[in-house]
Ligand binder design. Structure first.
Ligand code: ADP
Ligand code: MG
Length: 302
């Protein structure tokens, strides 16, 4: 490609809301064989809502939900917002909290002061909220909710658990709607002859249900940020050059590893700064548009 054609392509990209931060990205994108995409906030809106809540017998609904919300109010994960919002609707007082800890890819924990019996001296309660693997880590069996969890996963919802003082207290589910632009964007990538893969920290069943809905070719679920890097390396070995699209802090290593990293402009600063290409809107049509543009600009002949 000549410097002039790259300038023209970059200019046309800007008109389409595609910011090429490196001229080289326009060339490399033409050769991509696989597009790997983060799920939460990229394929989906990234605004999950709480849809289900089942309490273990003997626990009080409002006590459990408010304890969960107290811990989640200190987390920045989109899941946290969904739980806090659901608890606010009950108008149950939010208990005080200490020793908050976030375990990346697993969940959150803290000590809350129970408000169960406000007339008595409040007693400290250890609260843990997170994925099934978080419960496994702390030695809490989620077997009593196995059927519920499986059903929720098949519905494309993310099951999460709460443990109070090491006792399984609840299963909740959050659902994150797919962006309206996602199905057409996936179809356009397939029409360009590309494979589409989903990489996510989310539950395997949930991820597979969403991938099935969208006709996504490959799924790698329950991965930590470094796991996304490993998954990209494997995709590259199997198919060839990889583009990766993401929005989160946890996507930065994958954006750096990919042959071309594309960030959603509305995503976190670190993702945008690490990316080679920035899609100015959250509309995923920007992905096939960017690839089509690179093919048109650089040409298909090697
Ligand atoms: P992703 O953004 O792709 O879901 P993360 O690594 O951020 O990946 O999270 C992976 C999983 O860890 C979540 O799906 C959830 O099960 C659990 N998790 C992370 N943070 C929280 C939180 N604040 N509350 C409950 N669960 C959490
Ligand atoms: Mg994300």
């Amino acid at each position: 490609a000549t410097p002039t054609s790259i300038m023209v392509g970059t200019g046309r990209g800007a008109e389409l809301g595609i910011l090429f931060r490196k001229g080289q990205a326009l060339q490399l994108l033409r050769d991509a064989r696989v597009v790997a995409v983060d799920k939460t906030g990229t394929l989906t809106e990234g605004k999950p809502v709480l849809t289900d809540l089942e309490i273990t017998a003997g626990f009080d609904h409002d006590t459990v939900l408010s304890a969960m919300a107290a811990v989640e109010s200190h987390s920045e994960h989109p899941i946290a917002r969904a739980i806090v919002q659901a608890a606010q609707a009950t108008q149950f007082p939010m208990p005080a909290l200490e020793a908050f800890e976030s375990v990346t890819g697993y969940g959150v924990r803290a000590i809350v002061r129970s408000t169960e019996k406000p007339d008595r001296a409040s007693r400290p309660l250890r609260v843990e909220v997170g994925a099934d693997r978080f419960m496994a880590k702390i030695g809490v069996s989620v077997a009593p909710f196995a059927e519920t969890a499986s059903r929720l996963g098949q519905e494309g919802k993310t099951p999460l658990y709460a443990a109070l003082d090491g006792q399984l207290a609840a299963i909740v589910a959050v659902a994150d709607p797919i962006k309206p632009s996602t199905p057409a964007a996936i179809a356009a990538l397939h029409a360009l002859g590309l494979k589409v893969a989903m990489l996510t920290g989310d539950n395997a069943q949930t991820a597979q249900a969403i991938a099935n809905q969208l006709g996504i070719d490959e799924v790698k679920a329950e991965v930590l940020p470094e796991g996304k890097v490993q998954a990209l390396k494997l995709l590259r070995q199997t198919h060839g050059p990889v583009a990766f699209v993401g929005d989160g802090i946890n996507d930065a290593p994958a954006l750096a590893e990919a042959d071309v990293g594309l960030a959603i402009g509305t995503g976190t600063d670190i993702a945008v700064e690490t990316a080679d290409v920035v899609l100015m809107s959250g509309n995923l049509q920007g992905i096939p548009n960017a690839i089509a543009l690179s093919k048109a600009t650089i040409g298909n002949i090697r």
